[in-house]
Design a protein around this ligand. Sequence first.
Ligand code: ATP
Length: 420
Amino acid sequence: MYLKKVELQGFKSFADRIEIEFGPGINAIVGPNGSGKSNITDAIRWVLGEQSMKSIRGSKLEDVIFAGSSKKKPMGMAEVSITLDNTDKLLPLEYSEVCFTRRVFRSGESEFYLNKTPCRLKDIQEILMDTGIGKDGYSIIGQGQVDLIITGHPDDKRAIFEETAGIMKHKARKKEAEKRLEETVSNMARIDDILAEIQNQLEPLKIQKEKALNYKKLYERLKQLDINILLSEIMMIEKKLFNLKRVFEDNQDCLQKIIEKRKAMKQKMEQDETNLENYEREYNEVQDRAYDVVSKKKNMEKDLHWLKQEEKRLQVQHQELNSRKENLQQKISESKNTLAQKTRLLEQKFKEINSLELKIAEEEKELAKKDELIKQKEQLIENLKSDVIDLLNYASEKRNKMTSLLSLKTSLANLYSPLT
Ligand code: ATP
């Protein structure tokens, strides 16, 4: 038998699930201080049923659960499984591989599994007993424990040797048998006490028994009497029932006739009801029609009244129209007269206009002639204007000449005066 595999999840420094495989022979785990080597042996010790937290370097149950780190949150559960190779059948089980699992939650709840099947811690302990790999076995020797074995107390050494020799199991069984024997002795003492107690109660119980037997006899008699009374009552009831049956049979014919009569009456009643329903329907129809006629009559009366009013209104309107027509005819004849007068006047005016137009045409002709004359005059004036301008230019030229001659004369006079 050898340890094949250890699986850890949430146990101490191992937050994530890891699997460590071992082979037959010597295997070693190396790593820097504080990397978790001892945590692996603690895990193995723990899964094998270690109850003392001190042995696995903790103080309370929760200490085995990953407490969190700067990068990871604390976990709520720790789980450890170890798989042992059992091909040599050292463990008293028929499996060639045995897997022990232990799980603990922060709530304190603990679970054990044997090959994934829930089991008790006791089952695991019994299987491991005398194999040397129990929690107290010599197979797990922690740091400084070798010294302890050598220098330890003889009793501790003896426990290790006994485990090695395979007599631990028998010792445990002996302890259990002694415990059971002690329990049996105390049970026997208790039974003796109860016996003495019962013997004291024997005499009163005898009296009670006689009373009970007497009561039983009386009760039987009472029961018999009750049965007799019941039987006589049943007979009376049967007699009454027989009489009632005869009366019932007598009444049966009568009842049949009544039923037939009732049936015929019912049929008639049904017929009457149908007739009544038909009458009612017809009556309702007639009534509906009458209502229709009355409402139509009312409507027609209303219409008639309205028509009469309308007639009156139209008559008044007619009269008005007639008077308006007469007025209009009068106005038309007046207008016609006015129109004739105006037409005559207009004709006269037209004539006047024609003569005026003729006059205007003549005047226009005259005007054109005068225009032509004016144009000629204007041309003449224009010619005269340019003549005037020429003359003015000539005059100014002459004047300038005269001014220059005068100034010449003055200068000549000034020139010759001192000589004189
Ligand atoms: P050494 O070689 O010094 O004996 P080691 O490799 O055996 O060291 P362990 O003692 O197994 O190391 O591991 C100790 C580490 O485990 C410590 O860093 C400690 O903080 C960590 N540890 C212990 N319990 C928990 C826990 N519940 N949650 C998180 N980390 C834990």
